[in-house]
Design a binder for this molecule. Structure first.
Ligand SMILES: Nc1nc2c(c(=O)[nH]1)N[C@H]1C(S)=C(S)[C@@H](COP(=O)(O)OP(=O)(O)OC[C@H]3O[C@@H](n4cnc5c(=O)[nH]c(N)nc54)[C@H](O)[C@@H]3O)O[C@H]1N2
Ligand SMILES: Nc1nc2c(c(=O)[nH]1)N[C@H]1C(S)=C(S)[C@@H](COP(=O)(O)OP(=O)(O)OC[C@H]3O[C@@H](n4cnc5c(=O)[nH]c(N)nc54)[C@H](O)[C@@H]3O)O[C@H]1N2
Ligand code: SF4
Ligand SMILES: [Mo]
Length: 913
């Protein structure tokens, strides 16, 4: 069949689990722009700020382009031979259980399938787990226990069709922005749609909240068991539904009633206002069309499975499931966390939603993977879950590990210990796209992988929708697709007959066949996409988004599950299960008296290996920070933007204080994005102890115990420098505090010195590290201030300001000066004078960035509000902020409120008593 004349440039965003469709605009084989795919059912044309900056993160610069063996660049043949030989040697000498794999929800389904088949099927080790353990494991365990399968019952339209949407432990506005926009639009269409937000922090998500419950961290199970008891008390249970479709109500209610079920007692335990609590209970109990959407504030807990269960119990008890606009909705984090679970990527799974304890599953998968002359040797029992796996590496039991598309030395709790364990592990193989990550420092063999826009395959989003990611550009250098790397190693290990793939379409077809293999009658597996098993290459290439199950009976896919009240349990009934609420295991004490909360910021993705490449995404939050309640800060003498230090079980964290009344007292919040690549000591995982949920193995990443103190410094400085000066990097990284902020044409370093260090001799320092002599300076020795710059052939090469960074103007103007000569115009004399000031004469400072799409700063927005713009629309008309992806709208709204409050009630010097 002839191919379409113009290639299909539709693909799927590689970041969050919303799974937005993207259209790429190509020029000479490269992506030069992206826009939302108007036909994709996840986003209908919308994109958030990360999605719309995708094309800015591409390019060969910073990519891994050659395999590396023991620190030396080698060719693929050498690298693959080393991987195969060393894996085989380890297995032969120490048994299959000495070999392990650690995968990621950012791999494509096809990569994941092949890796799972190699490790569990042919290397015969059960120790293959994934970073989804840190993310979705508790949600999965609860769905399986209660609904019988790891199956999200709802879809995105249910959020729009609901009468009540409860967002628990989810900062949807920042982390699933396009869904948040869909919710905002639905609320505008239907003013009766109510939104409740349950989160210890007041987040931007609260913009849509009709009711906010600022709960005590870790108290959610108590809230939902209390809700169940309250519903029973008021006759709000759906007795008919419970009778027909569920089991376990009585025991569950008995357990819920063990605690004091008075509103006052529940409110006190959750530290919320009893009237607000009652409003929430009343709303939940009296509406049928309720969606409870939950995420890491629930999952990342040492009792996360129970918390998910407590939510599901309330939905089952009210019959609020399997209907339009109703259901317990676990929202997925990574783009393909769900696809990874479909292929069996968790250590307690086998393949295609079959587990070790599913009757006949081991034999069935063995039959399916057998070839004419190869019989796989599957393990008989589940392997180590992530945290256990790295402990087994530390103990020396696991002696070879292959890590793909994840950075465990940053993202696991007690991260430093993970790093030490890997450093002494005899064989660490890492498949990665980027040349500079923390994990690569401990790798023996590095394999350069192709990345988004280069690789071809499928992902499954939060609503079970399978979409294509399409390969539109050639990978740089010698980077290869993950499925190819794994299959080639399998071939060299002698398993070629089972790994003869030549294209991801063949892998997908096999995966789809397995999902339908011996899958009929009683105990049918819910995950079944057998109707896609015969897709030819062209049909696979053209595959339109489709929600599983996709079967002969439902060839167009299945938008909603369990509509007939028949669940995936052996008897078809859903289970309510007793939940005994428990607090966090990381205990506060005299020394570590602050509750640590960790999470995400709007414009960054995880360890920033990709998002930091789009300089505009660095401007919203440029440095690692610690959000502290103003009263707590005052008690410690900490001011806004001061440097502070947290100390926890596994290590410390240094960042800049952000005073935040949105924070509860006695609690601090830090972002998870900074690694050793970007700051001196700002890995959130270093602060956490590695406690896990006993059922799911998911770590308690939201509830650390830390001490907070000022980080005194003798001096602070900002150095902006052309990004090709490696020596600067080495010297700056020796400073007590440093944060590296990539800019468009340069790199910014925020620096601070130990209080004990004598005042630095800046002139000597500049002489030592910078190849270009100082050309301009202005210096005020009395207060230790200094500004200086180095200019070479009319082009700015570096710029230094000694003094607190609160005095910094927005640096976009300065950044542009780093390209002047490249653009052919020599630096003008008057410009040279302005350079020290780092701004145009008389130009208003734009302040910190609010709208990343249109690069609008806080200063400009404040001026516009003073000039009379009193709405988001008015600001958009004047400055364009908030008009593209909409992610900054909550921040614009709060700025309007703040600025107007200032205008009408100037802040008094002394607070009223
Ligand atoms: N911008 C951006 N978006 C992302 C990502 C990213 O890195 N950056 N990552 C993606 C991934 S992999 C994931 S898993 C999702 C995560 O998405 P979310 O779960 O929304 O993200 P988090 O910021 O980790 O945490 C959510 C909220 O839980 C709250 N919380 C903490 N403790 C508790 C508690 O005890 N109870 C309650 N009710 N709430 C609590 C926190 O204050 C926080 O606001 O985001 C995805 N989207
Ligand atoms: N304290 C704390 N810790 C947390 C969390 C938290 O909220 N608090 N959240 C947890 C959660 S939910 C998650 S999902 C994890 C995320 O944590 P990680 O998975 O460790 O973080 P990423 O930076 O996404 O790592 C992905 C890596 O894969 C690379 N990569 C991208 N695409 C490909 C590809 O196609 N092939 C290959 N081979 N490599 C690729 C990227 O460059 C990057 O280095 O963090 C967890 N850790
Ligand atoms: S919401 Fe943003 S990050 Fe998530 S898939 Fe859509 S465009 Fe990508
Ligand atoms: Mo995640």
């Amino acid at each position: 069949m002839a191919r379409a004349a113009s290639p299909d440039t539709r693909t799927t965003c590689p970041y969050c689990g919303v799974g937005c469709g993207v259209r790429a605009e190509m020029q000479e084989g490269r992506i030069i722009a992206v826009e939302g795919d108007a036909e994709h059912p996840a986003n209908f044309g919308r994109l958030c700020v990360k999605g719309s900056a995708l094309h800015e993160t591409l390019g060969e610069h910073g990519r891994l382009t050659r395999p590396r063996l023991d620190g030396v660049d080698v060719d693929w043949d050498t690298a693959l031979e080393a991987v195969a030989t060393r894996l085989a040697t380890t297995r032969d000498a120490h048994g299959p259980e000495a070999v392990a794999g650690y995968l990621s929800g950012q791999l494509l389904t096809e990569d994941y399938y092949v890796a799972n088949k190699l490790f569990k099927g042919f290397l015969g080790t059960p120790h293959l787990d994934t970073n989804s353990r840190l993310c979705m494991a508790s949600a999965v365990a609860a769905y399986k226990r209660s609904l019988g399968a790891d199956a999200v019952p709802c879809n995105y339209e249910d959020l729009e069709d609901a009468e009540l949407v409860v967002l628990v432990g989810s900062n949807l506005a920042w982390n699933h922005p396009v869904l948040f926009q869909r919710l905002r639009a639905a609320k505008t269409r239907n003013p009766l749609l109510r939104v409740v937000v349950i989160d210890p922090r007041i987040t931007d998500t609260c913009e849509l909240a009709d009711l906010y419950l600022g709960v005590r961290p870790g108290s959610d199970a108590r809230l939902f068991t209390g809700l169940l008891a309250w519903m029973a008390e008021r006759g709000k249970l759906d007795r008919v539904y419970l009778e027909r479709h569920t089991r376990g109500l009585d025991a569950t209610l008995d357990e819920a009633r063990r605690d004091d079920v008075s509103l006052e007692a529940i409110a006190a335990d959750c530290d919320v206002d009893p009237e607000r609590l009652e409003t929430f209970f009343y709303w939940f109990a009296s509406q049928l069309h309720v969606v409870t959407l939950y995420s890491q504030g629930i999952n990342q807990s040492s009792s996360g499975t129970d918390k998910c269960q407590a939510i599901i119990n309330c939905h089952l008890a009210g019959g609020k499931i399997g209907l339009p606009g109703a259901g317990p909705f676990s929202i997925t984090g990574q783009p393909n966390a769900m696809g990874g679970r479909e292929v069996g990527g968790l250590a307690n799974q086998l393949a295609a939603h079959m587990d070790y304890d599913s009757p006949g599953a081991v034999e069935r998968v063995t039959r399916f993977w057998s070839t004419a002359s190869l019989v796989p040797r599957l393990p008989e029992a589940p392997g180590h879950k992530a945290v256990e796996l790295f402990a087994a590496i530390e103990r020396g039991e696991v002696r070879a590990v292959w890590i793909m598309a994840t950075n465990p030395v940053v993202s696991l709790p007690d991260a430093r210990r993970v790093r030490a364990a890997l450093a002494q592990c005899p064989l660490v193989i890492v498949s990665e796209c980027m040349a500079d990550t923390d994990l690569l420092e401990v790798a023996d063999i590095v394999l350069p992988a192709s990345g988004w826009s280069e690789k071809d395959g499928t992902v499954t989003n939060s609503e079970r929708c399978i979409s294509r990611q399409r390969g539109l550009m050639a990978p740089p250098g010698e980077a290869r697709h993950d499925w190819w790397i794994i299959s080639t190693v399998a071939q060299r290990l002698g398993f070629g007959e089972a790994f003869g793939y030549t294209h991801p379409a063949e892998i997908f077809a096999e995966h789809a066949r397995l999902s339908g293999f011996e899958n009929a009658g009683e105990g049918r597996r819910c995950f079944d996409i057998s109707a896609l098993a015969d897709l030819e290459r062209d049909a696979y290439d053209a595959l339109a988004p489709i929600q599983w199950p996709v079967t002969a009976r439902a060839p167009q896919g299945t938008p909603r599950l369990f509509e007939d009240g028949h669940f995936a349990t052996p008897d078809g009934h859903a289970r309510l299960l007793p939940v005994a609420p428990r607090g966090p295991l990381q205990a506060l004490d005299e020394r570590r008296h602050c509750r640590l909360n960790t999470g995400r910021v709007r414009d960054q993705w995880h360890t920033m290996s990709r998002t930091a490449r789009a300089s505009r995404l660095m401007n919203h939050r440029a440095e690692p920070f610690i959000e502290v309640h103003p009263e707590d800060a005052r008690a410690l003498g900490l001011e806004d933007q001061a440097l502070a230090q947290l100390e926890g079980e596994g290590g410390e964290y240094r960042g800049r204080v952000r005073l935040s009344p949105a924070q509860r007292r006695g609690e601090v919040f830090v972002p998870i994005h900074w690694s050793d690549r970007f700051s001196a000591s700002a890995v959130a995982g270093d602060l956490l102890a590695a406690h896990v949920d006993p059922l799911s193995g998911q770590p308690e990443s939201k509830h650390g115990a830390v001490s907070l103190a000022a980080l005194p410094s003798a001096w602070q400085a900002t150095l902006v420098v052309a990004d090709d000066l490696q020596k600067v990097v080495d010297v700056c990284r020796e400073t007590a505090y440093w944060a590296r902020v990539p800019m468009r044409h340069a790199e910014r370093w925020q620096l601070a010195g130990e209080p004990t260090s004598a005042g630095r001799d800046w002139w000597a320092w500049l002489d030592e590290i910078l190849p270009v002599a100082t050309s301009l300076w202005c210096d005020d020795p009395a207060d230790g201030r200094l500004r200086a710059a180095g200019i070479e052939v009319g082009r700015l090469r570096w710029w230094l300001m000694v003094g607190p960074p609160t005095e910094l103007p927005g640096l976009a103007w300065l950044d542009a000066r780093f390209t002047e000569a490249a653009e052919g115009s020599a630096l003008q004399a008057d410009q040279r004078r302005r350079i020290l000031a780092a701004c145009e004469d008389g130009a208003a400072d734009d302040g910190p960035l609010v709208c990343s799409c249109h690069q609008v700063g806080r200063g400009a927005i404040a001026s516009a509000i003073h000039a009379g713009d009193a709405s988001v629309e008015a600001l958009g008309a004047r400055l364009a902020c908030g008009t593209q992806c909409g992610s900054c709208i909550p921040e614009l709204k709060s700025l309007i409120e703040e600025e107007r409050a200032h205008a009408f009630h100037p802040t008094p010097d002394v607070e009223p008593v």
